[in-house]
Design a protein around this ligand. Sequence first.
Ligand SMILES: [Zn+2]
Ligand SMILES: [Zn+2]
Ligand SMILES: [Zn+2]
Length: 214
Amino acid sequence: MILDVKHTNIAYRCPNCGSGVISAVGLFSLSADMVKLKCSSGKSEMTVLYGEDGKLRLTVPCLFCPNPHQFTLSSNVFFKQELFSLPCPYTGINTAVLGELNKVKAELARSELELLDLMEKSGVTDFSALHAAEAEALTDPQIDEIVTYVIKELDAEGKISCKCGAGDEREYDVEVRDDGILVKCRKCGASRLIPTDSRLSAYAFLNADELHLE
Ligand SMILES: [Zn+2]
Ligand SMILES: [Zn+2]
Ligand SMILES: [Zn+2]
């Protein structure tokens, strides 16, 4: 009997210290339990849960969002892709990648450069300043302006989606609040808050090429 040995490599970036955390994951370790990847700083972890339905549920911390993101993948996607990215749904920047070891390592290196570039542009020098909860609130009116501009552009290009059908006429309200900019559909009420209380998350949003309201 030949065993179909399923394994892959998975990596995420710690929101607290910025290091890439990488680990091999096999089906055997998964079926036993939940797999946790932890940063050596002890301040973040990613979990992978193998469900009875054969699907994998991943909880991935995000550099830009206060809460981790959830992803559900089929085991075919999880184990058989050479490289698969799990982007933050609102900045488009990868929160986790999985696949062949060398490809995962290369992607970690690439995303690190992307991140350093983003930090430089936004004037952030320290990973500990990344998180909205810890960073001092920035009330830079320019950030609000830039984010509002990007939202208007996305709207003009038809790249904002909500619960309304694609062909429906919709209108989006944009409201500037202390903790961010709220985009809300007048018709279905779906909304999303773009945090602007961290300079970096605001700048990350500039990379967004679509916006989905929930
Ligand atoms: Zn860390
Ligand atoms: Zn995110
Ligand atoms: Zn709508």
